[in-house]
Write a protein that binds this ligand. Structure first.
Ligand code: HEM
Length: 230
């Protein structure tokens, strides 16, 4: 099948899964925005996304998307390296027009994945997984209920090491997503001379807004324990 056998097909798979993940992130950012205003409302959303069958199905779907995106990223990178062959050693200067993020998508992707592992441990493991296997009690003693997302966020960002690690993760995500956004649209054919630049600007603004929401949550809880939500 051309989707899996050809280089362009694989890029289409990367693009579609990438866009789906950006849509998830949009939902997640909107959800997190709530915690800046009202902790109780945030916990109501967390309860809806707890150990309910539809939330578990969505989590499995999300995990499949991430796995496909990640595996194809590695396949495409290896394929590109192979195609370049020995000639890559002959190149001493980097092309000026190629973005830094474009050349470092795999490294950025690895930081993104490491941050995701930390994040899933902090939140998914102590919330959804705890609800599924631990009778609604998180594995962290300081937080009383696995659906108390606001308390879990306060617990996480009270630790400055976590705050710094999360900020590094957000920065890597910003580079990864701003490049991925227009690159995906270009692969899918929504591009021309004029639209190439327009998509870049739209993507940069869109991704910046998403990431600023995550940064705002982290900093609000790091510096005043989410005082605005209390
Ligand atoms: C300040 C930033 C963030 C906070 C406070 C936060 C908070 C949370 C919380 C509370 C949950 C558990 C929700 C529940 O099961 O009820 C969660 C799950 C999750 N978060 Fe985040 N998140 C943040 C940033 C991110 C980012 C940047 C990503 C992706 C790049 C992400 C990906 C996920 C994923 C994949 C899950 C699991 C979703 C599922 O179980 O279906 N989060 N997050």
């Amino acid at each position: 099948m051309w989707l899996t056998n050809s280089s362009i097909g694989r890029k289409v798979i990367m693009s579609v899964t990438g866009i789906a993940l950006i849509l998830f992130l949009t939902f997640h950012a909107c959800m997190n925005l709530v915690v800046l205003f009202d902790g109780e409302s945030y916990n109501t959303v967390c309860e809806m996304l707890g150990a309910n069958w539809y939330a578990v199905v969505a989590t499995i779907g999300l995990a499949v998307l991430v796995a496909i995106h990640f595996i194809y990223a590695i396949v495409l990178t290896l394929q590109n390296r192979k195609a370049r062959g020995v000639s890559k050693y002959a190149v001493t200067s980097k092309p000026e027009k190629v973005e830094w993020a474009s050349q470092n998508m795999l490294v950025l992707g690895i930081i993104v994945v490491l941050g995701m592992v930390l994040h899933l441990y902090n939140f998914w493991y102590n919330m959804m997984f705890a609800e599924l296997v631990n009778g609604g009690m998180p594995f962290i003693n300081e937080v009383q209920s696995a659906s108390d997302g606001a308390a879990m966020i306060a617990y996480t960002f009270k630790n400055p090491v976590f705050t710094v690690l999360y900020l590094v993760w957000f920065a890597a995500l910003w580079f990864h997503l701003t490049h991925g956004f227009w690159s995906a649209l270009q692969t899918l054919g929504w591009s021309g001379k004029i639209w190439f630049n327009r998509w870049r600007v739209i993507g940069n603004i869109y991704v910046s807004i998403l990431m600023l929401i995550f940064v705002a949550v982290a900093l609000a809880f790091a510096f005043c324990g989410g005082c605005c939500a209390a």
